[in-house]
Write a protein that binds this ligand. Structure first.
Ligand SMILES: N[C@@H](CCC(=O)N[C@@H](CS)C(=O)NCC(=O)O)C(=O)O
Length: 355
């Protein structure tokens, strides 16, 4: 397989962690020099994209992994127990869509991180531009800081809360890792793979958050290496058959952050707004861009919940008593992205998160 990706990218790291665990060989190329052609084939220029030997293109790490799980069922990352599987997918969605802001903030707000990463990215993704490297680095810094930090609600008022999101994620993971090597068992599940997006390429590698992780939460640094090396050390899938109490902190954090954002975003999308406000854990975000893609994420969570038997639905509800979770099983908020209605993902024309 060919992975069109970037060596320091969130979702490329997530997919690489998955492919390595499954033992699926790949080679990596960067899509940016060939943007026009690739956009025509995959719909959007975002990484990772997977080009298959038969000429098909796959976009979006979440449906890519869902599809590959059907194609390559050995060493599955999907828990057999439907309740555990639902919780694992919920954690994946939180890792994909909530921790993104904190990851981008640490990379682009701190000067040392910004200087290092702009140099790496300029050399990796802008070499097709006939401009001096100093100009290409400036372009990368300006674009990333503006688009992913300043325009995504990070300000003096929210900065502390954005950073607390990183700490809370690690504390919640630490509680789950006290009694076992992976979040939901003796082998990695989709919850581990999802959290590798932020924890591997951003928090685990960018200088400022990596120092915090190493010094304050070394068990998480150890977990990052363990997941990355999992193919070599684990054979048969061994995942939990029930959700243990130590998951409580994680489920509370997801309710108070990701669920609030999913809800306010869906309401704003339904009202055709371009921006919305939200309050999460007493922190007010005054201007966040509406994401059509995240409405689709809510649709998928609802679909996964609806596919459960009523007995399993009741078990999920008992695990998620926080009022924010009613968003998943209560249709009071409309989720209608109009994206991928024919359910072709990952073989569809993809959209960017803030399209
Ligand atoms: N939902 C997609 C998101 C992919 C994505 O947004 N990737 C980032 C890099 S980590 C990207 O390509 N951004 C495009 C840009 O910066 O314009 C996935 O899970 O693969």
């Amino acid at each position: 397989m060919k992975v069109w990706g970037v060596s320091v990218s969130y979702y490329t790291g997530k997919l690489e962690a998955y492919l390595r665990y499954k033992g699926l060989a790949y080679e990596m190329e960067h899509p940016f020099a060939d943007q026009k052609r690739i956009k025509g084939l995959a719909g959007a220029i975002q990484v990772p994209l997977l080009e298959r030997d038969d000429g098909r293109w796959m976009s979006d790490s979440t449906p890519i992994i869902q599809h590959l799980e059907k194609e390559f069922p050995e060493r599955t990352v999907l828990p057999a127990d439907p309740v555990v599987r639902f919780i694992a997918l919920l954690i994946e969605d939180y890792a994909d869509e909530w921790l993104w802001r904190a990851a981008m903030h640490y990379r682009w707000s701190y000067e040392h991180d910004r200087e290092l990463l702009s140099r790496i990215l300029a050399d990796e993704i802008t070499t097709h531009l006939r401009l001096p490297r100093i100009v290409r680095r400036y372009m990368v810094k300006k674009r990333q800081l503006t688009r992913w930090v300043l325009q995504d609600g990070v300000s003096e008022d929210t900065r502390e809360h954005v950073e607390a999101g990183f700490f809370n994620a690690m504390s919640a993971m630490e509680a789950m890792l006290k009694d076992r090597p992976y979040l939901l068992g003796n082998t990695p599940s989709i919850a581990d793979i999802g959290l590798m997006g932020p924890m591997l390429r951003h928090f685990g590698q960018d200088p400022t958050p990596a120092a915090i992780m190493r010094n304050e939460w070394p068990a998480i640094a150890e977990w990052v290496a363990r997941v990355w090396n999992a193919h070599a050390t684990t054979q048969e899938t061994s995942l939990l058959g029930a959700i243990p109490d130590d998951t409580g902190l994680m489920l509370k954090e997801i309710a108070e952050t990701h669920m609030v954002q999913l809800r306010e975003n869906a309401i704003a999308h339904e009202n055709s707004q371009s921006h919305f406000e939200m309050t999460a854990q007493n922190c007010r975000y005054k201007k966040l861009p509406v994401s059509r893609y995240r409405v689709y994420c809510l649709e998928r969570l609802r679909e996964q919940f609806n596919e459960l038997s009523s007995e399993h639905q009741d078990k999920v509800k008992a695990l998620l008593p926080h009022p924010e979770y009613t968003l998943i099983w209560n249709d009071e908020v409309t989720a209608n992205s109009g994206y991928d209605v024919e359910r072709q993902a990952p073989f569809n024309m993809a959209i960017n998160v803030f399209e």
